[in-house]
Design a protein around this ligand. Structure first.
Ligand code: SF4
Length: 393
């Protein structure tokens, strides 16, 4: 019997702001339905498994790899592959452990091998029957939530008019969390063969769909943040074109290298992959440096770092004078970075709330895939919302 077709719906994930809002309202879902439905929804979000794979989890679905890290053991009913092992984070494992505790207390006489992790709340005296379907409760919960506004660019991309519109709640259903899981891992740079395993796809072409969607979004996001680009003096680099041409995207990929709070276009340094800076990374004083709005958090962190270093060096830090003098951040450097931050912030403040929301969304997409080369091993940015934050049950 041939396998059923795999998921081919890349692009049906939920925007970050929608997922964050849903996670912030999980308490209401629990109050309207049951703890089991809430836990099922949390596990759908965290693990990206299909709804029936979560509903039918056995009580003993949590195991450890030899190195002690947690693994969810589940059955992929769709492809008839049983006992699949999915690595999960400590917080997700804690959700499962708390649920196991509740089930144990509720059904103390049933053998664990017969119990379900998410027992049906009614007509289930021994806890051996699984949840049937969470979609009804889920739909009612989503319907009861206030509108979630998301920025949308008007069809005429040249004018780039952005509006905040309510997200279509019909797109929020339990299976969408599987697409969210796949997309956030693809966007975070998880290698395609690893994501194929995580999704338990048979064909790599199925998994590749999520990377194509990610590339298109990243391209749009780069266009948007490039519109708010600055040179080292904090002067806006105005662009006449509204979006980058194909050739510009390619040139940006090969003609620049990322530095901690912007990009470097110095040819020798670019050719050396960021290992040959003649100025020892004093980028704020270098004409080959530029930055954009997506680096604002890095600029602010760098300013805080410079101020901290100056404080420490001015206190009783043991060092020779020449070393102290060279390590001391200069007043000019601090003044420059302050001015750059002010300019970027002023331009952001000038945007309409809709445009600002659009830029913030673009910044999230761009930052998620960014790596920095500084003559050192690659440093990946923290991965935002790989597990969206929420209050524990
Ligand atoms: S100082 Fe920065 S921008 Fe200038 S060459 Fe060195 S790395 Fe590139």
């Amino acid at each position: 019997m041939p396998d059923e077709p795999e998921d081919t719906e890349a692009g049906r994930d939920l925007p970050d702001e929608v997922l964050r809002e849903l996670c912030a309202h999980l308490d209401e879902l629990e109050a309207q339905s049951s703890t089991e439905v809430r836990v099922a929804t949390e596990l759908l979000i965290d693990t990206g498994r299909r709804p029936d794979e979560i509903n039918t989890l056995p009580f003993n679905c949590l195991e450890q790899d030899p190195d002690g890290s947690d693994v969810l053991v589940y059955d992929n009913h769709k492809a008839y592959r049983l006992g699949r092992r999915l690595p999960i984070g400590a917080e997700t494992a804690a959700v499962i452990r708390r649920q196991q505790q509740r089930v144990r207390e509720r059904f103390p006489t049933t053998a664990p091998a017969r119990l379900r992790l998410l027992p049906r709340p009614k007509s289930n005296p021994e806890g051996t029957k699984p949840l049937v379907d969470v979609s009804g409760h889920h739909r009612a919960w989503v319907k009861s939530l206030p509108d979630i506004l998301v920025p949308v660019v008007a069809a005429d991309a040249d004018t780039r008019v952005t509006r905040l519109v309510p997200f279509d709640k019909k797109r929020i259903f339990p299976y969408a969390y599987r697409h969210c899981y796949a997309q956030r891992h693809a966007d975070a740079g998880v290698p395609v063969d690893v994501l194929k395993e995580l999704m338990d796809h048979r064909l790599v072409s199925t998994t590749m769909g999520y990377y194509r969607v990610g590339d298109e979004r990243r391209r749009e996001a780069v266009d948007r943040v490039t519109a708010l680009q600055f040179d080292r003096h904090g002067d806006r680099v105005w662009r006449t074109a509204k979006s980058l041409l194909d050739s510009e995207h390619v040139r940006r990929a090969i003609g620049e290298v990322a530095v901690p709070y912007g990009v470097c276009r110095e040819p020798t340094n670019v050719a050396a992959g960021g290992h040959a800076c003649p100025l020892r990374f004093r980028c704020l004083g270098c004409e080959h440096f530029s930055t954009d709005v997506s680096y604002l958090p890095d600029l602010q962190a760098h300013l805080a770092d410079l101020l901290r270093s100056r404080e420490r060096l001015m206190s009783a830090f043991e060092a020779d004078d020449w070393a102290r003098t060279q390590a001391m951040p200069s007043e000019e450097e601090i003044r420059r970075i302050r001015r750059l931050i002010e300019r970027v912030q002023t331009d952001l403040d000038d945007l309409t709330p809709e445009d600002r929301a659009q830029i913030e969304q673009a910044v999230t997409v761009v930052r998620r895939s960014r790596t920095v080369m500084l003559g050192m091993p690659r440093v990946r940015q923290p991965l935002p919302d790989v597990r969206p934050a929420r209050t524990p049950t």
